[in-house]
Design a protein around this ligand. Structure first.
Ligand code: ADP
Length: 487
């Protein structure tokens, strides 16, 4: 244990997704890049994650050496002993443990949560607690992420086997809108929680189990992924009623801004784009821009700015505004290219619009990592009009590739995108209120400014030189771990 000194604090990241093996969204990016920065800051951090279908193959395809740990991990759940094989690999100096078992053979995230679909997540948390017995390494703190690992702090507080172990956990909230809500029966009994732990001051929520609420109440500390979101979630409706609970627990809440993996997201060395570029030599960007326009079926020589968007197609990301404005977009003097997948109504509305306006609106439907790089690198403007945004990584990635964000002033967007019309200048175009006219006003300003090549190049320069590394945030996490150990 590392009480007192600051070196070699032992942290186990408990996460159900991690780039580049099982990324679904920002959580995957964070789990893939923050440990690397923590390691650099002197923290002994390791990661445990389920070996979802295809994950081990992906690790092998990436040329990583997978070693099977000689012991399995065992945990009691639903009156059975649940066991998993442990495979370990090292990614940029960080040890990652993959747990392989039938429990993790289904879809990563179930559309409906019930006892059966929630069980893999509970089993995973119990196996994460038990892992130390098999790997000869015991963490000082379990660092959990979102509802999918929120059962771990609950177990440390209320499970009949673990509640007196004194083990500590920290819960990071990447998106409070997803909470892991299910019927209490038979979950409470089967999971091993003490029956009295199901009450309004713990994990009960309108007669249901709310795993995230339990994690928030039970964890020793809570962080969220930007300072603005940390204050918004104490009052804001995007928490789906959890704001009261978070307000009550605010004494242990901190907002620590996410960074991005600047080695991976680097236009100077990115292997997924056809030509690399830097701020002092942008020729590569303009070539990629042509490639992108070609691929979208647009005129590659167009002088109109290329507005891009890489996103889950869900309400949270502001597609209500985009769809509402869709018939006004073709008159704006820009090309619009979206890459994403998600709600059918959004996909259909975008597909219909691209059929009506084949020379200026295009949807690439799907999740496609290489194509996302083409959009980040080939775009001029990145549209991100989110209704709420815990941190958001896409705006930071786009700035790194010289693609200027148009974003709503909310959550982490407010902490990272500064309007260019501020007295001190800025790196993007912002609007405050969640409405269509506000979005079009900010977008209109960006499109008009694009024509002023000198002004535009200055904005690009500011974005491309912003510090989005994890270094500062890794120090803040490290300080928090140390405070928790000294408490
Ligand atoms: P969220 O986690 O809410 O989805 P973030 O902005 O924090 O949003 O992170 C999104 C991450 O997922 C970024 O790395 C983005 O490039 C990636 N992403 C989102 N949609 C797609 C897609 N359709 N194809 C490829 N990457 C995507």
């Amino acid at each position: 244990m590392s009480k007192g000194g600051s070196e070699n604090i032992k942290i186990l990241f408990v996460t159900t997704e991690i780039a580049p093996f099982s990324k679904v969204g920002g959580l995957g990016d964070v789990a893939g890049s923050l440990p690397k920065a923590l390691k650099k800051a002197g923290v002994d951090v390791r990661v445990v994650t389920p070996a979802w279908p295809g994950v081990l193959d992906k690790a092998e395809a990436l040329g990583l050496k997978l070693t099977k740990v000689s012991r399995h991990v065992y945990a009691a759940y639903n009156w059975e002993i649940k066991q998993a094989e442990i495979y370990k690999t090292e990614v940029d100096g960080v040890l990652v443990y993959f747990l392989k078992a039938d429990d993790y053979n289904g879809d990563m995230y179930p559309p409906q949560l019930n006892f059966w679909t929630a069980s893999p997540f509970a089993v995973f948390c119990l196996q994460a607690i038990e892992l130390s017995k098999s790997i000869n390494w015991t963490p000082d703190i379990f660092h959990c992420h979102d509802w999918t690992s929120a059962f771990l702090p609950c177990a440390l507080a209320w499970h009949r086997h673990y509640r007196q172990t004194g083990l500590k956990s920290i819960m990071t909230l990447h998106n409070v809108a997803y909470q892991g809500v299910l019927e209490p029966s038979p979950f409470i009994e089967a999971s091993g929680l003490e029956p009295w732990s199901f009450n309004a001051s713990t994990m009960e929520f309108y007669s249901q189990v709310n795993l995230l609420k339990g994690g928030i109440v039970a964890a020793s500390a809570i962080t969220t992924v930007s300072p603005t979101y940390a204050s918004e979630i104490q009052t804001y409706e995007s928490t789906r009623e959890l704001s009261g609970v978070i307000y009550q627990q605010r004494h242990k809440l901190r907002g620590i801004l996410n960074g991005i993996d600047v080695d991976y997201w680097n236009p100077a060395s990115d292997k997924l784009i056809s030509k690399n570029f830097t701020l002092s030599d942008m020729r590569g960007k303009y070539q990629i821009r042509k490639e992108l326009l070609n691929k979208a079926g647009f005129d590659p020589e167009t002088q109109d700015p290329v507005v891009v968007c890489v996103s889950r197609l869900v309400d949270q990301k502001g597609f209500g505004l985009v769809i509402d404005a869709i018939e006004r977009l073709p008159q704006m003097g820009a090309k619009f290219i979206v890459l994403g997948t998600g709600h059918e109504w959004i996909e259909n509305a975008l597909l219909d619009a691209s059929a009506r306006h084949p020379d200026c609106i295009k949807l690439f439907k799907g999740y496609d990592e290489p194509l996302s790089h083409l959009l980040y690198a080939g775009g001029d403007i990145f549209l991100m009009p989110s209704e709420f945004e815990p941190c958001g990584l896409s705006q930071m990635i786009s700035m790194r590739y010289g693609t200027i964000p148009v974003a709503r002033e909310v959550g982490g967007l407010k902490d990272t995108v500064i309007d260019v019309d501020n007295p001190d200048g800025g790196n993007g175009f912002t609007f405050l209120t969640y409405d269509t006219d506000g979005m079009l006003w900010a977008l209109g300003r960006a499109i008009a400014r694009y024509k002023d090549k000198d002004a535009w190049q200055k904005i690009i320069a500011r974005g491309m030189t912003e510090d989005f590394t994890w270094d500062r945030s890794a120090e803040l996490y490290k300080n928090l771990y140390q405070e928790m150990l000294n408490a």
